[in-house]
Design a protein around this ligand. Sequence first.
Ligand code: B12
Ligand code: SF4
Ligand code: SF4
Length: 348
Amino acid sequence: MTDPGEITRALKARAEEEGFAACGIGGPEAFGAGLEAFVADGRHGTMAWMARRMAERGDPRVLWPEVRSVVMLAEVYTPEEAPLAGLAHTDRGVISVYARGKDYHDLVKKRLKRLGRWFVERTGAEIKVFVDTAPVMEKPLAQAAGLGWQGKHTNLLSRDLGNWFFLGAIFTTAELERDAPEQERCGSCRRCLDVCPTQAFDGPWRLDARRCISYLTIEHEGPVPEALREKMGNRIYGCDDCLAVCPWNKFAVSAREIGYAARAELRAPRLADLAALDDAGFREVFSGSPIKRIGRNRMVRNVLYAIGNSGKAQLAAVAARLVRDEDATVRDAAEWALRRLAAASPGQ
Ligand code: B12
Ligand code: SF4
Ligand code: SF4
C-alpha cells in the first residue's frame, strides 16, 4: 500500500478497531513559542523536566528530523458516575477520574504499539509512539491533526467526545493525508475558569501550574504553600473540576477500555485508611495505578491536607500519629492538619 489516501483510510479504520475513539493526521508542526512563554514565566513550577529539551518538545522535527506525519489518537475514559460527587464526603479522599482504574500510560502504549506494528508491516515506514512520556506537545499537535481544540482550560476537547480522553501519538516517516486543524469552539463560555478552586487560570488558555491542584498533588515536591492547602479540599490525587463543568461533555461517549473503570477501593477511600499506609502498604494498594509513582510520603502529605480540611475532629487522632513521621513534609502536614482541625472546632 503506497497511496497516502488509501493507507490513511486503512490506518484510521484499524485505529477504530483497536479501540481508539478518534484518529487524526497532522504535520510535524512547531509550538515552541507557547512553551517558552510558559517556562519563562515559571508556570511549570518544580517540573524542571519541562525546561529541559525545550527545542525537542517545541518542534517534532528537532526530536526526530525524519518525521513527516503525526498521527494523533484519542482514548476515552469517561466516568460512569458523577465525577465530583466525592467532594461532599470530607472523611474520604477524591482521586481524579483518570487515576481510579489502571494506568493509562500502560494501556494506551500497548494499543499504540499494536497499531504501530500493523502500520509498519503495511508500509515499511519507521515510527515512534508516545503517550505523555517524551518531550512532545500532545495537545496542540492533536488540534493541528483535527482531533479537537484546546479549551480555555487548556485540555483538548471535541464535539464528538467532550473532554474525558487521553492522547497518544505516532510519529512516522510516511507521508499521510492530513486532516484540517480543528477550530476553537468555546465561544463566550468560561465555566472551567470560574470553577477552579485555586484560581489557577489568570486568563483563558493561561494556566499557572503552580496553583493547579493536579500539579500540587502529583508533581509538587515538599510542602504545598499554606494559602493553597485549604483550597485543595479532599482532592488527594489530581483534580477534575475544570473538566467536569465543560458543557461539551453532553456529547461524551462511554469508555471502551474496561481497565479505566474505577477500582472499588479507589472510588472513595477513607482518609484514615490511607494515612495509615507505610511504603509496602502503599505499593500494594496502588500497584498498576498511575498513583504509585508519587510514593507513600506525597500521598500521605495530600491525605493530611484533606484531613485538615475535613472538619472532622475525630480525624485529629489520625493526624497526631504522624507528627513524628520520618518524612519532614509529612510531619509538617500533620501539624498543619491538627492546627486547622482545632481552629474548626475550638471547643474540642
Ligand atoms: C505538564 C502536563 C501537566 C501539568 C501542566 C498542565 C498544562 N496545562 O500545561 C499539570 C500537572 C498541571 C497537568 C494537569 C493535568 N493533566 Co496533564 N499533561 C502535561 C503534559 C505532560 C505536557 C503539557 C504541556 O506541554 N504543557 C505546557 C503548556 C505550555 O502547553 P499547553 O497547555 O498546551 O499550553 C498552550 C496553551 O496555553 C496555548 N495557548 C496560549 N494562548 C492561547 C490562546 C488560544 C486562543 C489558544 C487556542 C491556545 C493558546 O499555547 C500553549 C502551547 O500550545 C501533557 C502530555 C504531553 N506530553 O503533552 C499532559 C496532558 C496534557 N495532561 C492530561 C491530563 C488528563 C491532565 C489532567 C486532566 C489530570 C487530572 N485530572 O488531574 C490535569 C488538567 C489540568 C489542566 N487544566 O490543564 C492529558 C490531557 C488530555 C486532553 N484531552 O487534553 C495529557 C495530554 C496527557 C495525555 N497523554 O493524555 N498536566
Ligand atoms: S485541574 Fe483543578 S486546580 Fe487545576 S486548573 Fe483545573 S480546576 Fe483548577
Ligand atoms: S468549560 Fe467552556 S470555556 Fe471551558 S473548555 Fe469547556 S467550552 Fe471551553
